[in-house]
Design a binder for this molecule. Structure first.
Ligand code: HEC
Length: 200
């Protein structure tokens, strides 16, 4: 016990010395912050868990055909609706403002409904086509407010931000940390189409 106290005292002394030399924040604050904020690695792990149980892959990961039918193609994890996928014409009369009917492509990535057509976003760290240039604040505000990038147009169905907004700040930040750790995949996602531009 005595030994540990001595070591502790020595560490404090060293930190104080370091703090004096470069005007760093008080050593006590440094220690507390290090204890309460999770390490980057544990945030990424938590984020992976949240993304897995939160079902993000259902819509944001392209599908391939496996032994039991379509399954997420994890080599393209969370890269959004494939840009090469052409939307099939939607038969007239299926979609109308007063109908709940929704049509979706094979990847569960392009959704046609009374709102028009929405395309599941590329969530990888790609700077040009994914979330690589987003800040943590933009991400958290987008999922909390339901506004594109936190300040823009309303985020369209079926992105279930109104459920995800109930996550804690720490969980949302963990998801963002995990998404930023994904390898960048270049897959440009088109802007949504208004109802009169639904392919017929
Ligand atoms: C049921 C399908 C579905 C699920 C499940 C889903 N998304 Fe989405 N998401 C979408 C669609 C579609 C869009 C595009 C909406 C638009 O263009 O307005 C989108 C957009 C987004 C955006 C962009 C928001 C913006 O600012 O424009 C982010 C970020 C996002 N999703 C993250 C997630 C995360 C993280 C999860 C899991 C926790 C998730 N999504 C689960 C369908 C889904």
């Amino acid at each position: 016990m005595q030994f540990i106290r001595q070591i502790g005292g020595l560490a404090t002394l060293l930190m104080l010395t370091a703090g004096c030399s470069n005007n760093a924040p008080a050593p006590a604050e440094k220690t507390n912050a290090a204890q309460s904020a999770p390490s980057p690695q544990s945030r990424i792990e938590r984020g992976k868990y949240m993304v897995t149980v939160g079902g993000c892959n259902d819509c944001h990961t392209p599908k391939k055909i496996g032994p039991n039918g379509p399954e997420p193609d994890m080599t393209k994890e969370l890269s959004g609706n494939p840009a090469t996928d052409r939307l099939a014409p939607v038969p007239a009369g299926l979609i109308a403002p007063d109908k709940y009917l929704t049509v979706v492509n094979n990847h569960l990535g392009a959704w046609v409904g009374p709102w028009g057509v929405s395309f599941a976003m590329n969530l990888t760290s790609d700077k040009a086509t994914g979330l690589g240039s987003w800040t943590e604040e933009m991400f958290v505000t987008a999922l909390r407010s339901g506004k594109h990038q936190g300040t823009g147009r309303p985020i369209l169905p079926p992105m279930p931000w109104y459920w995800y907004r109930n996550m804690t700040d720490e969980d949302l930040k963990s998801i963002f940390a995990y998404l930023q750790s994904l390898p960048p995949i270049n897959n440009p996602i088109p802007d949504p189409l208004p109802p009169d531009k639904i392919p017929r």
